[in-house]
Design a protein around this ligand. Structure first.
Ligand code: MTE
Ligand code: MO
Length: 430
């Protein structure tokens, strides 16, 4: 079945060796055995027979990395931007390298960033958080005041409503980092917004909130009171340490399952009112223009979605045919993911993928599909279904409902075209 295969150390193993290998391992799956080679059949090579530098000389001591950093060999695992997307990096976005990460938690240094006025650099001692408007007692909190309230820990995804927005009219960006990388998933530590609102005392006509950022963009969004009382957090920590400056240090609003724009960073004030404010970020932006000229507004929930992260255009198949571990992410702003299906033939046939890792509400889920690739071209797709039965739509279904004017809320099924040589391209099929 396989003529030649390259192993990890770039040694060529002939057909005979491979056949023997599978017999020795006793798997009965023939040449599809993946990954390892039998030591006894390995040609002597330096990496095996000689002591290497890292095995011989003392390494750096505990004083070398007071704050840890990734291995120098992971220099490619970084956030990246798309130069032509925006005019200035201070009002721009970069993307999470989804094809380079595993599990469900996004490392803090890899979380995509979206700023409208650059990163505010705030000394927590100078930060004040206020609640005013339709409350019994307008309040000002220091960071120390906030630290006295009961805390909780929750893992949530944050997805920008514009994630995948460049793909509405056709396949455009070549890599899941760029098509789907405006999402991150971290563990937040924070105080329930409800506790703070209770402290101020809500008036009976208090129906809406307007959180505001301390950055030069003065980001504001109207949030209905039911959501604020249900599960919103005022967070100080992500992944166990203080929020990173780019994620809103020292204080950010967490609005689980809802579009990223509402998760106000550098949170300085919440005004309580009786109706929505209709500010810029919920009228001219983050509103979906339909074909008939009308607009969907207040489209808060991020609907069920998934993407195959490996293999994908930035992570082609380098090991040839045979055993393949396909992997991806799925999420729903409504709750948990119940099932993910994978297709290798562009949606004709579907197989249920294996969900792995914690299944948490409004968090990303990790899925795997382990199979034997016969070396033929593939059209890879994934389709997520959440616990309420919501099914991720095809691109055609989404366009039939919403047209092509929008950039927000594209949760449609993504297709990767895998060629015989393992290279991969972002395509669309209808
Ligand atoms: N104060 C403030 N909050 C903000 C923004 C901003 O520019 N200023 N950007 C919003 C947008 S559009 C998104 S998608 C998320 C991005 O969060 P992140 O930078 O942690 O990825 O923050 C939101 N909160
Ligand atoms: Mo956003």
């Amino acid at each position: 079945m396989i003529m030649e295969e390259q192993d990890k150390n770039n040694e060529i193993i002939g057909r005979r060796a491979l056949l023997k290998k599978s017999i020795a391992a006793g798997t009965g799956i023939g040449a599809s055995l993946a990954g390892a080679s039998v030591l006894a059949q390995q040609k002597p090579e330096k990496l095996i027979t000689e002591i290497q530098d890292w095995n011989r000389y003392l390494g750096e001591g505990v004083d070398a990395r007071p704050y840890g950093r990734p291995s120098q060999f992971e220099a490619d695992t970084i956030r990246r931007d798309v130069a032509w997307l925006t005019a200035d990096p201070k009002a721009s976005v970069n993307f999470t390298p989804l094809h380079k990460i595993e599990g469900i938690i996004t490392p803090s240094g890899l979380c995509f960033e979206r700023h409208h006025g650059g990163i505010a650099e705030i000394d927590p001692g100078d930060h004040r958080f206020m609640i005013n408007g339709l409350v019994d007692t307008p309040l000002v909190f220091t960071m120390e005041d906030l630290a006295r309230f009961p805390k909780e820990n929750q893992v949530y995804f944050l997805e920008c409503a514009a994630n995948t927005g460049m793909e509405w009219r056709g396949a455009q960006l070549n890599g899941c980092q760029f098509t789907h990388g405006m999402v991150h998933n971290v563990m937040y530590t924070g105080v329930k917004l409800k506790h703070l609102l209770d402290e101020a005392g809500l008036k009976t006509n208090a129906k809406w909130l307007l959180p505001e950022g301390a950055d030069p963009s003065h980001m504001t969004r109207s949030i209905p009171m039911e959501k604020a009382l249900e599960d919103c957090l005022v967070a100080t920590h992500m992944n166990g340490e203080a929020l990173r400056p780019e994620q809103g240090y020292p204080l950010r609003l967490v609005v689980p399952g809802w579009e990223g724009n509402m998760w106000v960073k550098w949170l300085r004030r919440i005004e309580v009112g009786d109706k929505p404010w209709h500010h810029r970020e919920e009228t001219s932006k983050y509103t979906d223009l339909l074909e008939d000229g009308s607009a969907r507004r207040f489209t808060w929930v991020m609907e069920v979605k998934s993407v195959i992260t490996n293999p994908s255009p930035q992570a082609p198949i380098n090991h040839g045919r045979g055993q393949l571990s396909l992997s991806g992410l799925a999420w729903s702003g409504q709750g948990k993911i119940k099932r993910v299906d994978v297709s290798i033939d562009g949606g004709r046939n579907w197989t249920t993928a294996r969900l792995d890792g914690p299944s948490l509400s409004k968090s990303v889920h990790r899925f795997y599909y382990d199979f034997n690739w016969d070396g033929r071209e593939m059209f890879l797709q994934s389709r997520a279904i959440d616990e309420f039965g919501n099914v991720q739509p095809t691109k055609d279904q989404l366009r039939a409902a919403r047209g092509v004017n929008s950039i927000y809320h594209n949760n449609s099924i993504q297709t990767w075209h895998v060629r015989n040589d393992g290279s991969i391209e972002n395509v669309e099929i209808s």
